[in-house]
Write a protein that binds this ligand. Sequence first.
Ligand SMILES: [Zn+2]
Length: 279
Amino acid sequence: MPELPEVETVRLGLVAALQGRRLLRVRALRPDLRFPLPGKFAERLKGRTVTAVGRRAKFLVVGLSDGLTLIAHLGMSGRFRVFATPLPDLDPHDHVIFETDDGAEVRFNDQRRFGFMDLVATADVANYPMLAKLGPEPLGPDFTGPVLARRLKDRQAPIKAALLDQTVVAGIGNIYACEALFRAGISPKRRAATVQGGRAGKLARAIREVLTDAIAAGGSSLRDHRRPSGELGYFQHSFAVYDREGEPCPGCACDRAKGGIRRIVQSGRSTFYCALKQR
Ligand SMILES: [Zn+2]
């Protein structure tokens, strides 16, 4: 499942492929993804110029000329691929094709179809239901220790669960919640309300750093954010604690005898952490 850094890398790839380009033709090869595509989807996109490719949490927000915005989510398996002529044959899971005025095609492929696309008036983007309730953008200028502390102060849930709540901070999934807590030295079991002051500052900084590092790693592993397959955005990244149960901890070098990386289950999701370093 793509997490925020992958979506950001996809965004950068789409900026290169789409921004400033006119959509000569759009083809929807089926009527629905996770949800039905909006009425006249392809016709409404045809002829418009892409003015901006933005992102909010894990949503791609594509601004178009004449006041229309395309909102897209990759779901579990959604991916964008960019092809120049000669264009390869369509894959059975290519569902939406964007043809640009430079002869390229951007294809949205989604095997499991948990992704979706919708169209909304640009003036209404902030009120779009799935965006309106999101917490602050973790890489945005408004995300600081005091802001995070305020959002946590009444929460009795463990901090790990609070970080996955999209109204606390937007776009943090299971992997980066584990990584950020490790980097900040905070136990995933700690009550969220007790993450205040300097501790909240450390956590806000750690969230920013783990995401920024992953985006940098993704960008460098994908030249121009695109693989020879045309695929944007997915990359292998190594994690400090995630999926490393039983390995020595890279933070305090504690080995298996003393602890090492442990796995527990919180709210049905695996949490990886070091009980010595994280308090
Ligand atoms: Zn450790």
